[in-house]
Design a protein around this ligand. Structure first.
Ligand SMILES: [Ca+2]
Ligand SMILES: [Ca+2]
Ligand SMILES: [Ca+2]
Length: 465
């Protein structure tokens, strides 16, 4: 039978037969993620220390950008001083960048549907060539200082809490007013957060989160022994009026400190603290611990060296991802990055070859659950060259309609479903995308894609014309 003959005679039959099978489809596959190689001008020439996603035009048509900060001068083939943005394909600078390291990034929201401002903090004193002490904001065109020219020392943590921008670091003044290692910005002026932190040799705030996630308290971690004048060991919570400890806090080991905070599971989970420590609430917990609102617990046997970054991947219902300098997690090999499924630690492939400082999720190609992005001072990921940042996710494979990583007969039913009923396809394959059926790459999934799909199945010819 000729191609044309198959197409006209077989279309109805295939659709009918496959519909019956597609209706019976119950289990959905998910792709096995892997370290994705870079393409084109991909690498960053030195350490990435902070990342965030930022949409420069809100609901407008421009894509969300991955913004990276650190200690670098080039991103891909673009000159970018310590800060740069990736649009999924190419790098762009943000003005002339900073004269020192960028260690923290967040977005200060605008009106609903409007773009927020990108906020950067770190060890710089100019941004875009203008004076900006340790913190600056980018409106898409220019860098500006915040208030009376920022802080008097390094800044290492940023987040938005209760509509205000919260900054943590080594500073003791913000906007010219006293603020001990933590301060808040209401859009116009800097204010302290109670009497802040203190104690020990050169205290600092290194990480921030909100717990519980909805309408919770501000939680600050770092290196300190008091918060609001009361004893608090390296972690404390602010209820809007006073600082409180979290049990007996984080300790043990040499100069214990907290470097990273998050909540897992994201919507209703426990507070997770990572850093360099061996006890939490007085109980053994190595480099990572969880707080349920009353007591501290370990996460398995933790990691053998410090943890510096967290995210959740896939977003919302995924696993907890931890990054740092460790080489084991839960006692098993896991090189600088590992995932916790709620019960056990697992590696992410063969990991990366040096420290991870930042983790986030970027939307990535259509058909993906987004990509997990790791930043740090490594030069390889999964054994392949990937300097300072790396992507972990599902390769975009035309024809892989069940997103299990290969194109085979298991993709026939979902292919037909994608053509005939994309809405139901999205229900059955929520982490996938019906446009994986657009085999001829004309932007739509329709009958003209049947022959190329058969060619893909039969001969492995899955590229576009
Ligand atoms: Ca947009
Ligand atoms: Ca497949
Ligand atoms: Ca098509």
């Amino acid at each position: 039978m000729s191609h044309r003959g198959w197409q006209s005679a077989g279309r109805a039959g295939i659709l009918t037969a496959a519909f019956a099978l597609a209706a019976a489809l119950s289990a959905r596959a998910g792709c096995p993620p892997e370290w994705l190689p870079g393409e084109g001008f991909f690498d960053v020439d030195s350490a990435v220390c902070a990342m965030t996603t930022w949409d420069p035009d809100g609901l407008g048509g421009q894509p969300e950008l991955l913004v990276v900060g650190g200690v670098f001068t080039m991103a891909g083939d673009v000159i970018a001083n310590n800060i740069a943005a990736w649009d999924g394909t190419t790098w762009q600078p943000l003005g002339s960048g900073m004269d020192g390291a960028v260690w923290a990034l967040t977005v200060y929201p605008g009106a609903p549907g409007q773009a927020g401002e990108l906020i950067a903090g770190g060890a710089f004193t100019t941004a875009g060539g203008n004076p900006a002490n340790f913190i600056a904001r980018w409106n898409g065109a220019t860098w500006q200082a915040l208030g009376n020219n920022g802080m008097n020392d390094f800044l290492h943590a940023l987040m938005v809490y209760d509509g205000e921008l919260i900054a943590g670091g080594w500073f003791t003044a913000a906007g010219g007013n006293g603020a001990s290692y933590i301060a808040r910005w209401n859009g116009a002026t800097w204010q302290p957060v109670g009497s802040g932190m203190g104690g020990g040799y050169r205290p600092y705030v290194y990480a921030l989160t909100v717990y519980p996630p909805q309408a919770g308290e501000l939680v600050a971690g770092g290196y300190f022994t008091t918060a609001g004048g009361n004893p608090a060991s390296n972690i404390a919570r602010w209820n809007g009026a006073t600082w409180q400890p979290l049990g007996s806090g984080i300790g043990g080991g040499y100069n214990p400190h907290v470097d990273a905070l998050t909540v897992y599971p994201p919507q209703a989970g426990e507070l997770i603290a990572g850093g360099s420590f061996t006890t939490a609430g007085g109980n053994p917990a190595t480099s990572i611990a969880r707080w349920n609102g009353a007591t501290w617990q370990p996460l398995g046997s933790g990691t053998n060296i410090w943890v510096d970054a967290f995210t959740v991947y896939p977003p919302q219902a995924g696993e907890l991802i931890a990054g740092g300098a460790f080489t084991t997690a839960g006692g098993n090999p896991a090189y600088r990055i590992a995932r916790w499924d709620g019960a056990t630690w697992q590696p992410l492939g063969s990991g990366v070859n040096d420290s991870v400082y930042a983790l986030t999720v970027y939307p990535g190609a259509p058909g993906q659950a987004g990509e997990l992005i790791a930043g740090g001072n490594f030069t390889t990921a999964g054994g392949q060259v990937s300097a300072s940042w790396a992507r972990w996710g599902c390769p975009y494979r035309h024809g892989d309609l069940n997103c299990d990583g290969t194109v085979d007969f298991g993709d026939i039913n979902p292919f037909v479903l994608a053509l005939a009923n994309p809405t139901q396809y999205d229900v059955d394959f929520p982490d996938c995308d019906f446009l994986l059926a657009d085999m001829n790459c004309d932007g739509t999934a329709w009958f003209e894609d049947i022959n190329p799909f058969v060619a893909c199945l039969s001969y492995g010819d899955c590229g576009c014309p």
